[in-house]
Ligand binder design. Structure first.
Ligand SMILES: Cc1cc2nc3c(=O)[nH]c(=O)nc-3n(C[C@H](O)[C@H](O)[C@H](O)COP(=O)(O)O)c2cc1C
Ligand SMILES: Nc1ncnc2c1ncn2[C@@H]1O[C@H](COP(=O)(O)OP(=O)(O)O)[C@@H](O)[C@H]1O
Length: 313
C-alpha cells in the first residue's frame, strides 16, 4: 500500500494510476466502513484499475471545534494505516483536513481530489458528506463531476437491528462491552503504542506492567481491568491490563494510564511498540488499603483472565 499525503491548496504533481476509491474518515474501520472499502476493491477488480482509500487527518471535529479531541478516536492514523494495509489496498490518500478544505465547494473538492488524482470510481456510505458545511452528497456525484466519474453508495450496515457506527462503538467502549465492540469492528479493539517508563513500582510488587504511551485523543474503554492479548515481535502473549488512575498510590493523575502485565514474559521492552487487544472487562479499578490488598486482587485478576482465555493457571 502506497501512502500519499495531500493538502489543499498545495499543488502536487503526482503519477497515480486510475483508481476506485472508498472515501470517508473511517474512524475504527468498522463493519460498515469495511463494506464501503470492499465495494471499492470489487469495483477496482471489475474495471481492472487500482484500489484506494481516501481518509482525512486530523478529524474534522478537531478543526471545527478548534481544540484537540479528548478520548475520542477509535483508531489513530497509524492504527488505521495498519488495518488498511491488511485489506490489500493499493493506495491510501491522507488528506489534511484544514479550514481551507472545509470551505471547498463540493464540485471543487471532486475536481481536485478525485478527477485530478485519476480517480475513476468513488464509493461512499449512504450518509457520507463532504465539502463546505458538509453540503456535498455522494448521491449528487454526477452533477459535481459532470458525468466524469462513476460512483456507488453503500447502504446502512446493521448489527442486531441497529446501525453500525463509530458513535455506537464509542458508547459500547464506555460500557466496557468488549465482545459487542469486537462484533461491530470485525476484530478486537486494539491499542498500538510505544512502551514508556512508569513509576517502576510494578516489578517491586511482582507484577511488572508495560505502560503505553497513548495520545489523549484516543478513545479508551471504561476505567478498569481487562483480559488482553499482546502482540510483540510477531508473537502473541496473554495478559491483563489496567486502564486507570492507580488510586492506591496516586490521587492527582489527569489522564488515565494504560498498563499491561504480560504473562510468562520477562523482557525489557521500553521504547518498543506493542499491540494490545482488549477482550473482556474483568472489574472496576479500586483504591486499596495498600500494596498487599492490591496484590491479592491482581492474583485474582490473573486467575479470572486465565479462566476467560481458558489457559492453565
Ligand atoms: C491487572 C491490574 C489491575 C490493577 N488494579 C488496580 C487497582 O484496582 N487499583 C489501583 O490503584 N491500581 C491498580 N493497578 C495499577 C497498579 O497500581 C500499577 O500497575 C502499579 O502501581 C505499578 O505501576 P508502574 O507501572 O507505574 O510501576 C492494576 C494493575 C494491573 C496490571
Ligand atoms: N511480564 C511483563 N509484563 C510487562 N512488562 C514487563 C514484563 N516483564 C518485564 N517487563 C518490562 O518491565 C517494565 C515494567 O516494569 P515496572 O516496574 O512496572 O516499570 P514501569 O513503572 O516503568 O512500567 C516494562 O515496561 C517492560 O519493559
Amino acid at each position: 500500500m502506497q501512502i500519499i499525503n495531500l493538502s489543499y491548496p498545495d499543488h502536487y504533481q503526482l503519477d497515480i494510476e486510475p483508481t476506485s476509491v472508498a472515501v470517508g474518515y473511517f474512524d475504527g474501520v468498522h463493519k460498515g466502513h469495511q463494506e464501503v472499502i470492499n465495494k471499492a476493491i470489487k469495483e477496482s477488480e471489475k474495471q481492472n484499475i487500482k484500489s484506494a482509500v481516501m481518509t482525512f487527518n486530523p478529524h474534522p471535529l478537531e478543526v471545527i471545534k478548534k481544540e484537540p479531541l479528548k478520548d475520542f478516536l477509535i483508531t489513530s492514523l497509524n492504527e488505521k494505516e495498519k488495518i488498511l494495509e491488511n485489506l490489500n489496498i493499493d493506495y491510501l490518500f491522507v488528506v489534511t483536513f484544514n479550514k481551507e478544505l472545509a470551505q471547498l465547494l463540493p464540485e471543487n473538492f471532486v475536481q481536485k481530489f478525485f478527477i485530478d488524482l485519476n480517480v475513476r470510481h468513488v464509493v461512499g456510505g449512504f450518509d457520507f458528506s463532504f465539502g463546505h458545511k458538509g453540503a456535498g452528497k455522494i448521491q449528487n456525484m454526477d452533477q459535481y463531476s459532470k458525468g466524469k466519474l462513476s460512483y456507488s453508495v453503500v447502504d446502512k450496515v446493521t448489527y442486531e437491528g441497529d446501525k453500525v457506527s463509530s458513535t455506537r462503538i464509542r458508547d459500547l467502549l464506555n460500557e466496557g462491552n468488549m465482545s459487542l465492540v469486537s462484533k461491530l469492528l470485525g476484530r478486537p479493539f486494539t491499542l498500538k503504542a510505544r512502551v514508556v517508563h512508569g513509576e517502576k513500582r510494578g516489578r517491586e510488587i511482582g507484577y511488572p506492567t508495560a505502560n503505553l504511551g497513548i495520545d489523549p485523543s484516543h478513545k479508551l474503554p471504561k476505567i478498569g481491568v481487562y483480559a488482553v492479548k499482546v502482540s510483540y515481535h510477531d508473537q502473541t502473549y496473554y495478559g491483563m491490563a489496567n486502564i486507570g488512575f492507580n488510586p492506591t498510590f496516586v490521587d492527582d493523575l489527569s489522564q488515565p494510564l494504560v498498563e499491561v502485565h504480560i504473562f510468562d514474559f520477562n523482557q525489557s521492552i521500553y521504547d518498543e511498540h506493542i499491540e494490545v487487544e482488549f477482550h473482556q472487562y474483568i472489574r472496576s479499578e479500586e483504591k486499596f488499603s495498600g500494596v498487599d490488598e492490591l496484590i491479592y486482587y491482581m492474583k485474582q485478576d490473573e486467575r479470572d483472565t486465565k479462566n476467560f482465555f481458558q489457559i492453565l493457571n
